[in-house]
Write a protein of this length. Structure first.
Length: 514
């Protein structure tokens, strides 16, 4: 009893808040609980990339954790909801600095709460104040897996111009949009403002190369003014004037893509316009960013050109000399439309990725290194239940959309101008109208409707004989772009490459060496 009393006294004097790494958003009969910001690492012990839905009542309770002490927060929630204090106290305690995901059952529905849902307040936190009434204005409860009523994440391709010509490029470099047909800066700023008003979670600007857009400064400024954290990823050597502009805007971090710190490897892999001086100028970029207090997330793509532990060690030796390296993300290259004829030479192997994974573990005390655990990774899940329970895999036309340089809107950023996946024109319509357009809804429903047409077309997809088909589609467990890359556009409705029913290994011709 003395221990319990002591714990309650501590709770009474500590101040707690819904972790600012997460955000709450109303979505037709449910509330989305998601990681805040799509790309940057969490600041307060939360996890990145989380997305789940919860009962509106739970959102109301969380909204009362806004920097006050624990007892006051649960008392206010109890009075507001007219619910016994005991139940609210127990629910909140389970989420207090929770180390693991916490599941609450509601009938047959499992609602998942991420690690560190409620945390202690610090002076550095920016606390967002929610209106609890906004979560219960609609009494209709709908906790199904379903497409979001509004997009949560938007990617805007400012330009298709690039500074490099990477062998593993995922962009569509076949389209050269004349300036007069590109989105105007005024329209881009209007879209950012609309996204703010809709409660969009993240608004990414990408390319091509962001810094090759003549009005990048004005666009980034608009993002910041509207409360978005601008995510800028670049391969361009940044000049002193650009660094000063970034600092003036208050940009705290950008991503620099660096696949090697050796000239020969880098020139072969990314083929920069200026050849041999590229690495020298990139080193100057790191120096300038460090001197001006702008953090850098380093991103390295692994192919057969740079998959040696020696190359990784050279990159590490280079970046460890800077104080502003916030993280280092290491990924293997994706299969893309440009690498179909050269993929057998370009791809790395699982064996090499395992060696790299084990190699960088010794460095993790010095730099925050983010790399998948290739020591236990396999191509697909062992069974269907394991595959299905993992939650959302593909956000395309489920919770995200991409805006192309000419204003066309694609459901998936990997498909670019592929007609089957275009859902609207942002020059003519608003974000909301495009998202709720007949074309967007038709594309979403088509995934289920083609079950019937498949009976006559007989294209061989195992999805249409699967008893879990409807749930899999509603939970967005299928990544279309990877399927198209492997099987071809005509077979975009085949099983996801991670599904146990997939013929991935055969179709990919032993793409990954086990």
């Amino acid at each position: 009893m003395l221990v319990l009393a002591s714990c309650l006294q501590i709770l009474a004097i500590m101040n707690y808040v819904l972790n600012p790494d997460y955000t709450l958003s109303v979505d037709e009969g449910r509330v989305m609980l998601m990681s805040k910001g799509k790309y940057f690492p969490p600041n307060w012990g939360g996890v990145s990339g989380f997305e789940g839905f919860i009962h509106p009542v739970f959102a109301v309770i969380l909204s009362f954790f806004k920097g006050g002490n624990f007892n006051d927060s649960i008392s206010e929630a109890s009075v507001y909801l007219n619910v016994d204090l005991i139940y609210i106290r127990q629910f909140a305690k389970d989420l207090l600095n929770n180390e693991n995901f916490f599941i609450v059952k509601y009938g047959d529905i499992s609602m998942v709460f991420p690690p560190k849902t409620i945390v202690e307040t610090t002076d550095e936190m920016s606390i967002y104040l929610y209106d609890p009434q906004s979560f219960i204005n609609n009494n209709r409860i709908d906790l199904r897996h379903k497409r979001h009523s509004l997009p949560r994440d938007i990617s805007l391709f400012l330009t298709s111009n690039c500074y490099t010509d990477c062998l593993y490029c995922l962009a569509d470099r076949t389209m050269n949009i004349p300036s007069e047909h590109q989105l105007s800066t005024q329209r881009i700023c209007e879209l950012i403002q609309e996204a703010k008003e809709l409660g969009v979670n993240s608004f990414e600007i990408t390319g091509g190369e962001v810094f090759l857009h003549p009005d990048w400064f004005k666009i980034v400024s608009q993002l910041i003014d509207c409360g978005f954290v601008p995510y800028i990823s670049t391969k361009i050597p940044i000049s002193y004037s650009i660094v000063k502009k970034l600092k003036c805007l208050g940009v705290k971090e950008i991503q620099i893509s660096l696949d090697s710190a050796e000239n020969e490897i880098l020139n072969k892999l990314v083929q920069p316009k200026e050849g041999g001086r590229y690495l020298e100028r990139m080193k100057r970029t790191f120096y300038l960013l460090n001197e001006n207090g702008i953090n850098v997330c380093v991103h390295t793509i692994i192919t057969s050109f740079n998959d040696s532990t020696q190359n990784i060690g050279i990159i590490y030796d280079f970046i460890k000399g800077y104080d502003n390296i916030s993280s280092w993300r290491i990924d293997e290259a994706f299969f893309s439309r440009y690498s179909k004829s050269t993929w057998s030479k370009l791809r790395t192997s699982l064996k090499k990725m395992r060696l790299i994974h084990d190699f960088v573990k010794t460095y993790r005390g010095d730099i925050n290194i983010d790399i998948d655990d290739y020591s236990s990774q396999s191509i697909s899940f062992a069974d269907k239940k394991e595959f299905l329970k993992k939650g959302v895999r593909c956000p395309a036309n489920y919770s995200s959309m991409g805006i192309l340089p000419d204003g066309m809107v694609t459901s998936c950023s990997r498909f670019f101008w592929t007609p089957q996946f275009l859902i609207g024109d942002i020059k003519k319509d608003s974000i909301k109208d495009v998202w709720q357009s007949e074309k967007a809804i038709e594309l979403w429903n088509k995934k289920r409707a083609i079950r019937e047409s498949n009976k006559t077309t007989n294209n061989g997809s195992k999805c249409y004989q699967c008893g879990d088909f409807d749930f899999c589609i509603d939970a967005s467990r299928v990544c279309w772009s990877e399927i198209v890359d492997i099987y071809g556009l005509e077979k975009w409705d085949y099983p996801d490459m991670q599904c146990p029913d997939s013929d991935f290994e055969k179709a990919y011709e032993k793409n990954i060496e086990l």
